[in-house]
Design a binder for this molecule. Sequence first.
Ligand code: UDP
Ligand code: MG
Length: 313
Amino acid sequence: MGKLTIVVPAFNEEAVLPSTIATLTKIEHDLIEQNQIAENSDILVVDDGSADGTWAAIEEQHRQQPSVKGLKFSRNFGHQNALLAGMQEAVKSAEMIVTIDADLQDDPNAIIEMVKDYHEGADIVYGVRNNRESDTWFKRTTANGFYKFLNLLGVRLIVNHADFRLMSQKAVVTLMQYQERNMFIRGVIPMLGFKTAKVYYKRTPRMAGDSKYPLKKMLAFAWEGITSLTIAPVRLILVLGILAFITGICMMFYALFAKCFGATVHGWTSLMISIWIVGGLQMISLGVVGEYIGKVTTEVKHRPRFTIEKVLE
Ligand code: UDP
Ligand code: MG
């Protein structure tokens, strides 16, 4: 049976860590008993530069049971980086890697089903919440709007899936080949391919402590998602420019017509024509420059051109 590592990012989570680790340990214990995972399975907590006693709590838990391991960032590098660091470390030895938030809002019992799906051949198992009642109206509405908007821009996200998932070693190795510095993990995972599965669960309110995602961080995260997953906004400039230019041509005919048949003020015609046509040309030029910048953006990410799943020799 393969080794499972549960990666837990933690930023100022001293209030929840002990009980979180106890719950996750119990789940791993049960899975070991059922012969689903290896005995050396462990939990890796990534302290994302916490200012409270998070690291001390991790050390304390490690003393009590060596299957609890820790990574400590030198400062706060953010949730996504904490996840990546944990996965990068875990992939060295684990066959299955689960990522879950420290507050256990995502039902840890779903891990049992994820492991089952893994054994049935899935390389990526998405945890998908089937309710949003524990969220405020505001968070619910903005989250839904965000999915719709990204979908409109051509980015396919798994609706109601955050960063609670199981990945096989193979899938994580592939993820690590995506070398962009600003990685919006849940947007990149669907690009990896492989066989996927979904496990549904009910998301509950936070056990203790406050959300580490205030509105400001959430907006920054959403913006990060848009700008790192798509160059559609740049394309939009080009389209708007072309529309403005076509409008300009129409305006030109209209303005000349109006001038010939009387009713215009002196100077209006030339102003009207130049505002629209020059404006349109400027936007088209911006769009063209943007298209090249978009190309550069895609190039510097150094994403793999393809991923080979199997070879038959
Ligand atoms: N987190 C982190 N670094 C940060 C912010 C959050 O590692 O800068 C962790 C946090 O400890 C938790 C997870 O990311 O394990 C999700 O955060 P939180 O539960 O506060 O977000 P919410 O559920 O409110 O969206
Ligand atoms: Mg939470």
